[in-house]
Design a protein around this ligand. Structure first.
Ligand code: G6P
Length: 364
């Protein structure tokens, strides 16, 4: 972990390949096998307070907002606390109702993004409790928050976020498990999630070992003018983040849509020149997702699936290892980071510094 390129040509590549190690670090020292829970020392929230939380509102920008969307789903699934994520910039300007029983969570890699910091300050002015899920230790948002949880991704230099996204989602997994175990998440389910979390570093390494396959696939997308990314429920924020990654680094237009909404509009776009990337986990929505692939194939759309087994309707399937259903989103976006990277590389883009973007936006 350093600013050294360590033999990689770009920081993006280096940071993608640091993910197994980074996830190991966010887990380290936090798992409590005896009680099937996790210790999060900096949270500043005792069990009684945790039980008093009625809602959770997660705020962030860009990739951190997408990580927060997966985080909200993890919290709802494991802790059964209603949760949602919103761009911090939108939240600030709509004079939101600040509710004393809601726990607010600010998500930021840098801990310095102005819109997030301003949202935190506004919330604190109104007496809300705000936690930070932040990467940079001692940053403005970390200092301003009442407590929180560091993401421990290590320094991220590439403007486009990869390893910090993954670690942030894992950090939300820990938080969701912790909150769940103060509520109705059983010991058995706690154990199941812990075992799933522990499998992640090895599964990430497995995905990354298939770089050659993904590099070849990228060749097929360099000609695309626009791409569609689809997923349902757990797969939808994965599709959104993958679409953002491709846009940022390759400048190919991409749009993410819930697969369930295809028929309400995007189906009109499907033709051979409009490729679709579909997130197809082996969960209770598998058949629904397959039906969406059929709809696309019937209109001669080209499909790349990220799935737990080969998808017959897809032109190509990137098969990723299965984890617990709740944790699958952590893994399913990783091959698509590599796809965005290799597509951009083939197009000769400035990978670490995409045009018009900054690593951290510290002004309005
Ligand atoms: C900028 C970066 C994005 C990042 C966003 C939020 O737009 O280009 O990659 O996701 O800021 O940054 P943060 O440091 O708050 O996570």
């Amino acid at each position: 972990e350093s600013w050294d390129m360590g033999g990689h040509d770009t920081y993006m590549h280096k940071e993608i390949f640091e993910q197994a190690e980074a996830v190991d670090r966010v887990l380290r020292g936090r798992i409590d096998d005896r009680f099937s829970t996790v210790h999060l020392g900096g949270l500043n929230l005792d069990a009684r307070e945790a039980r008093g939380v009625r809602r959770i509102k997660i705020l962030g920008c860009g990739t951190s907002y997408h990580a927060g969307q997966i985080g909200a789903q993890l919290i709802e699934e494991l802790a059964r606390i209603p949760a949602d994520a919103e761009p911090a910039s939108e939240f600030r300007y709509r004079n939101p109702v600040v509710d004393p029983d809601t726990l607010y969570i600010a998500v930021s890699q840098s801990g310095e993004t102005y819109d997030v910091l301003a949202a935190v300050q506004e919330l604190k002015r109104k007496g809300a409790r705000v936690l930070g899920v932040v990467n940079v230790v001692g940053s403005a948002i970390a200092r301003e928050a009442d407590g929180g949880l560091y993401v421990h991704a290590g320094p991220e230099v590439c403007v486009v976020s990869t390893k910090c996204f993954t670690n942030t989602v894992v950090a939300f997994g820990l938080l969701a498990l912790h909150l769940g175990r103060t509520r109705d998440l059983s010991v058995a389910d706690g154990k199941r999630i812990i075992a799933g979390l522990r499998k992640l570093p090895e599964q990430i390494a497995d995905i990354l070992s298939r770089e050659d396959e993904i590099e070849k696939l990228a060749e097929e997308f360099t000609e695309a003018r626009s791409m569609l990314f689809i997923g349902r429920v757990r797969g939808y924020p994965v599709a959104r983040e993958a679409s953002l990654k491709l846009k940022e680094v390759s400048y190919i237009h991409a749009e993410a849509y819930p697969a369930s909404e295809l028929k309400h509009g995007p189906l009109a776009l499907i033709e051979p020149a409009m490729p679709t990337v579909a997130i197809v986990p082996d969960d209770d929505l598998l058949e629904k997702n397959r039906a969406a692939l059929e709809e696309i194939k019937a209109r001669e759309g080209k499909i790349l699936a990220v799935a737990h087994r080969e998808q017959e309707k897809a032109d190509h399937t990137i098969v990723v290892p299965k984890n617990e259903d709740e944790l699958d989103p952590i893994l399913m976006g990783i091959p698509l980071q590599l796809l965005a990277y290799h597509t951009a590389l083939k197009l000769g883009r400035d990978i670490d510094k995409p045009r018009n973007l900054a690593k951290s936006v510290t002004v309005e």
